[in-house]
Design a protein around this ligand. Structure first.
Ligand SMILES: Cc1ncc(COP(=O)(O)O)c(C=O)c1O
Length: 423
């Protein structure tokens, strides 16, 4: 097979911006230029899915218009080019996470599938009756239900570390719940409903003290801050492509090779085998052992392009800019009488969940949609968080680095309009 260097296409060079300029980065996102209901789109639903820069759209289009073919076993040029682009994307992800090796990067459909893979492969092998799996009270349903399923099957117990009224994990309670029965800890890095940032490095250290393995759900962390799986010493780390400015239907499971090697495959099929007879199948090496069937080639390539784009903008620039935006938005929104922010953690990502008087969040969302502002309303797939705060739902504005202070002002005007309607 030709070397990767020979068959990889040259990408258009894009110089990194010297200083972060929000108006400049906004130009990279074609969707943001549109109007809805005759008003400029204000997209504040980034925790649900983030918008895609032109570089991602171009990478996907390039694959479908120039390289479209199945990958890995092809001997023709298109297949070789597509394979090289896909594997290059894996290398980009490896660097993005600072993984030790590209074979520790498994392509999955998203964070949800990554967690299910670990629960069903690692969990099924290692859990037995009486063992415990520890999660937190702020988990997304994707990090609750797979563990409930495997615990039920194995007779293991699901334990839940509580949060305080600010929506912060109570670390002492978490520590108390760890013990000799804890086999697996699965925790969210950044809460999608509250914005709370968990001290995952410390949590992993504590769990390792009991020889438990730790999965970190990084779905809301990867788009906003630098993730270093080796510095964290995470055993598994998952995130979704579509929340990190890449395509839907693709995501990443990082796992330490020592653990992945010892785990049975999650699904059987093409690509995950090295040799098949009717008597026995020998499985492929990592990471392919976990990638049965034709993969989402365009998705992988698009995700690689998204992370390269994020790297060019600079994760430190992104984190600093979003921090300023969160402070501005928190002050502006808090000044609205009758509005209560749900989730006031001291370490917080750019997410503002709120309730307003006794107005149902769906009414808030619907009215401000007419102002061109997209927010999310509901339980955000975190019903236990809603139960913890005694509310059915919240309205949630979640920010990305392309959002502006003017858009925060528009949100505030939109919320005031809701109050006028219900006055
Ligand atoms: C914290 C968290 N975990 C997991 C998920 C699931 O991600 P996906 O639906 O992309 O698999 C989400 C999605 O909102 C999330 O916010």
């Amino acid at each position: 097979m030709s070397s990767v260097a020979n068959i990889t296409r040259k990408r258009p060079a894009a110089a990194p911006p010297a200083v972060f300029d929000v108006n400049r980065v906004r130009q990279d996102f074609p969707i943001l230029k549109q109007q809805v209901y005759g008003k400029p789109l204000v997209y504040l639903d980034n925790a649900a899915t983030a918008q895609k820069p032109q570089a991602v759209l171009d990478a996907i289009l390039r694959y479908y218009t120039e390289d479209c073919s199945n990958i890995h076993r092809g001997v023709h040029l298109l297949s070789e080019r597509a394979t090289a682009a896909y594997e290059e994307a894996r290398a980009v992800i490896k660097r993005f996470l600072n993984a030790g090796d590209a074979s520790e990067v498994v392509f999955v459909r998203g964070a949800t599938e990554g967690i299910n893979l670990v629960a069903h492969s690692y969990g099924r092998v290692h859990l037995k009756a009486g063992d415990e799996v520890l999660i937190t009270a702020m988990e997304h349903h994707s990090n609750i239900v797979p563990w409930q399923m495997v615990c039920e099957e194995k007779g293991a117990k699901l334990r839940v570390a509580p949060i305080n009224d600010r929506g912060e994990l109570i670390l002492e309670e978490y520590e108390k719940l760890l013990g000799p029965k804890t086999r697996i800890v699965s925790v969210v890095h950044v809460s999608n409903a509250l914005g709370s940032i968990n001290p995952v490095r410390r949590m992993i250290e504590m769990a390792h003290g009991w020889n438990a393995v730790v999965l970190v759900d990084g779905a809301q962390a990867a788009p906003h801050a630098r993730v270093d799986v080796r510095a964290l010493d995470a055993d598994f780390y998952v995130f979704s492509g579509h929340k990190v400015f890449g395509p839907t239907g693709i995501g990443v499971l990082y796992g330490k090779s020592r653990l992945l090697d010892a785990m049975p495959p999650y699904q059987g099929g093409g690509d995950m085998i090295s040799f098949v007879t009717f008597e026995k199948t020998h499985y492929n090496k990592l990471p392919y052992k976990f990638e049965a069937g034709t993969p989402h080639v365009a998705g992988g390539i698009g995700l690689g392009a998204a992370l390269e784009y994020v790297n060019r903008v600079g994760l430190d620039n992104i984190a600093a800019y979003e921090h300023g935006l969160l402070e501005y938005a928190t002050a502006a929104v808090s000044a609205i009488p009758g509005l209560r922010i749900i989730g006031t953690a001291r370490e917080k990502a750019a997410v503002i969940s709120f309730v307003l008087q006794d107005i149902h969040p769906h009414d808030i969302g619907t009215i401000i949609d007419r102002e061109g502002i997209a927010i999310r309303t509901g339980h955000h797939c975190t019903q236990p968080v809603m139960q913890r705060f005694g509310i059915p739902a919240t309205a949630r504005a979640s920010f990305a680095f392309y959002n502006t202070r003017e858009e925060v002002d528009a949100l505030v005007r939109g919320i005031r309009k809701v109050q006028e309607v219900f006055a």
